[in-house]
Write a protein that binds this ligand. Structure first.
Ligand code: FAD
Length: 386
């Protein structure tokens, strides 16, 4: 790309995929009945293995994976519809989300046939939980300087190093990690590989980290001479950077990059309607949220269409993440600016607890999945500036 006028070709959800929406909505209506808004506001940080397994029994985990591996064989659009409904409802999807969104796609594309046959049916049944080990202390955003190292042995690999911010490492059965297998940290993109690590392996310790609201979902993970079999390697040795870049496009462009505050927005809208619509600030804020959401949704859908065609939309995914997380982070501020127009009866309970939660957690929206500065660096490269 060399012009700032380049735009994303818009895409529409085909009717057969849109038809999935009603079934998912009906299922969620039952499954989440009575769950308060402040709990649902945790959205995709909410972890409930039983819920994820119930979803898997509906055939809704691994929806886009080929049927021969237990998947649904459906298009990326159907997954888009499913993701939107899950996020709108604030469903606790963390137990299957990472494997469903990223690791399964990685294994399908770069894994060996044996890895596909082993992992993909377990993922689609939600029988295993995955975590992702990319970030390290001092090399968070700068993934190319990863220092955790797997050294070849006669039988496989031995792993030493440290990962940080690893979501659900304490509950995961497996980790997909980016590690150095050759060269030095100065070699940057060369010599990195991805490894599938059984979290029960001796030598792994997991230390919880508390976030600002007191939840413990991410961790520090230490590897002390962890022995791995030869087939822990996924894809080619030394191709980790290319593989991770492909994987991150799935992480950066989905509806979760625009809908993290949607339970709050919906709870607020329902309260405003019940309170006789509030004043001018309420009306302006409703318009502002709906207008931005419409544009962001069209962008996210356009990237989903590219991913479905097996194109490599790293740049476009960075657009969605940069703008999407900015929107998600603005929603609690905008809503706070309307509270004086809402009656006291509304300014307590679920709405305020949801607002308090999202306000505190919102700074992380632009961090997870790659920071805003990193997204802008990717865009600058696309514009020929780097
Ligand atoms: C809720 C949550 C869940 C997460 N889950 C996971 C997970 O499961 N697995 C995982 O691997 N990681 C995970 N992360 C880590 C996340 O991706 C990191 O926040 C990220 O890698 C940043 O690393 P860091 O904290 O070391 O910050 P740093 O990399 O130290 O960055 C600090 C600041 O400096 C800026 N900066 C750094 N380098 C540059 C540069 N070259 N140019 C311009 N600016 C720069 C950054 O943009 C940022 O603003 C999670 C994070 C959060 C918040």
């Amino acid at each position: 790309m060399n012009s700032t006028l380049t735009s994303l070709p818009l895409a529409a959800i085909p009717a057969e995929d849109e038809a999935l929406r009603q079934n998912v909505r009906a299922f969620l209506g039952d499954a989440l009945r009575g769950m308060p808004a402040d709990v649902r506001s945790r959205s995709w940080l909410g972890y409930d293995l039983n819920f994820s397994r119930a979803l898997a029994r509906q055939g809704w985990v691994g929806l886009t994976l080929p049927t021969r591996y237990g998947g649904g064989g459906r298009s990326g659009f159907s997954r888009f519809v499913l993701s939107e409904e899950l996020l709108f409802a604030g469903a606790p999807v963390a137990a299957h989300w990472i494997a469903d969104r990223q690791t399964s796609q990685l294994i399908l594309r770069f894994g060996s046939e044996a890895q596909r046959q082993f992992f993909l049916p377990l993922i689609t049944a939600c029988d295993i939980v995955f975590c992702i080990g990319m970030s390290e202390p001092d090399t968070g955003s700068d993934l190319a300087s990863v220092r955790t190292r797997a050294t070849r042995t006669d039988t496989g690999w031995v792993l030493n190093g440290r990962k940080i911010w690893t979501t659900n490492a304490h509950r995961a059965d497996w980790m997909c990690a980016l590690v150095r297998t050759s060269g030095t940290a100065e070699d940057r993109h060369k010599g990195l590989s991805q490894m599938l690590i059984d979290m029960k392996s001796p030598g792994i310790s997991v230390r919880p980290l508390k976030d600002i609201v007191g939840d413990t979902h991410f961790n520090e993970v230490l590897f002390d001479n962890v022995g791995l079999p030869a087939d822990a390697l996924v894809g080619e040795e030394g191709s980790g950077w290319k593989q991770v870049t492909a994987e991150l496009a799935f992480e950066r462009s989905g509806p979760e990059r625009i809908l993290s505050s949607i339970v709050l927005a919906d709870t607020w809208l329902a309260a405003a309607r019940a309170a006789d619509h509030g004043g001018p600030n309420v009306r302006a804020t409703a318009g502002r949220i709906a207008a931005r959401l419409a544009v962001l949704r069209a962008m996210s859908l356009a990237v989903a269409a590219k991913l479905d065609r097996h194109e490599q939309p790293d740049l476009e995914a960075a657009f969605v993440k940069d703008l999407g997380t900015e929107f998600e982070q603005s929603v609690p501020d905008w809503i706070r600016g309307t509270l004086h127009e809402l009656p006291a009866t509304v300014r307590h309970g679920e709405l305020m607890r949801s607002l308090a939660y999202v306000t505190q957690i919102a700074p992380t929206f632009s961090l997870r999945g790659g920071t805003r500065q990193i997204m802008r660096g990717i865009i600058a490269r696309g514009l020929g500036l780097r």
